[in-house]
Design a protein around this ligand. Sequence first.
Ligand code: ADP
Length: 401
Amino acid sequence: MKILVINAGSSSLKYQLFDMETETVLAKGLCERIGIDGHLKHTPLVEGKTVYDEDIALPTHAEAITAVIDKLVSPEHGVVSSMSEIDAVGHRVLHGLDKFSGSVLVNDDVMAAIQEAVPFGPLHNPANMTGIRACQKVMGDDVPQVAVFDTAFHQTMPAKAYMYAIPYEYYEKDSIRRYGFHGTSHRYVGGRVAEIMGVPEKDLKVISCHMGNGSSIAAIDGGKCVDTSMGFTPLVGLPMGTRCGDLDPAIMQFIMNKYDLSIDEMMNILNKKSGVLGISGVSSDFRDLDKGASEGNERCALALDMFHYWVAKVVGSYAAAMNGVDAIVFTAGVGENSIATRKAICEYFGYLGVDFDDEANKCRGKEQLISTPDSKVKVYVVPTNEELVIARDTRDIVSGK
Ligand code: ADP
């Protein structure tokens, strides 16, 4: 079975084609500047086929999908002989409100539910729907489309974790609650660490730290998410690349009044100009911050200190929430690559019984135990693989599992 995994943004579209017999990626790529001019980079991962990396007119997402399929079947760059070899498509969808606790086959009702969630994910959900419609248009109704939601894994949170302490009617009438994001990544990492440890997921308490441009932490008890640091939107929890993380809401009123800012201007500051970029004034990229700090830039060092402190604080609160923790896992761009960040965070974990292994930690982008094998709480690096989860869910749904 071959499954195409699609992550559609407003002007971009990432894809991977999986062969599910071996769970390997046959080709991957990225369409950019859709609706502006267009660029496609297509990378086949089988021998004898070459990379395609060109400007190409991509007026709409449907044209982008057509271009992708064209490359997937091309003699020079392709990995399948015809479109009919693609059995199904799995789509990343940001927001499923509280309607979806798992992945689903797309039908009219599912599209209506994704549409209903647009006010909650105004940038992503419309783009995700455009990606689904483009595939339906180009590939026809016979090719099943599956929606995999970023919010689904967090639907097992108990009310005490997902409710905000504001008047209850806002929950009842307006669905204001914590939803959480990065669910597919947390789910993958939680499952994978159980496999690595050789312990059933149901017997493990795991804290998954997804640290990239956006960062979130999830408490996973017995394979189920019981709390997570992102909330109603991805703006809260940890300080991130450019997002502020947790904030006293009265600060908004104070700044808006003092500088005569609109709510949109204020939100733009909190989403795009805050986090480690706002603190350092240098960059949202942790590599730049590491460099700045090593050259004596105090604000870079402060931004990093704050990030480490927040991760440690949230991990501590989740260990308390679960009454213990067996494994802490680092994933995503920073978690998989930043040796210094992992070390600085783990320095807080002595009280948990973490025996950190400095040598083992000197790794990048691979699965690795970075505590000693005898450490009371194990610490791992596990590269995330959201696309594989989407491909597996799609396979299971279309094969009726
Ligand atoms: P996104 O949230 O966009 O998916 P990623 O998970 O790809 O983000 O993470 C991107 C971030 O990873 C970059 O902003 C950068 O800060 C960080 N990163 C990548 N490589 C390294 C590295 N070697 N050291 C420190 N940080 C790194």
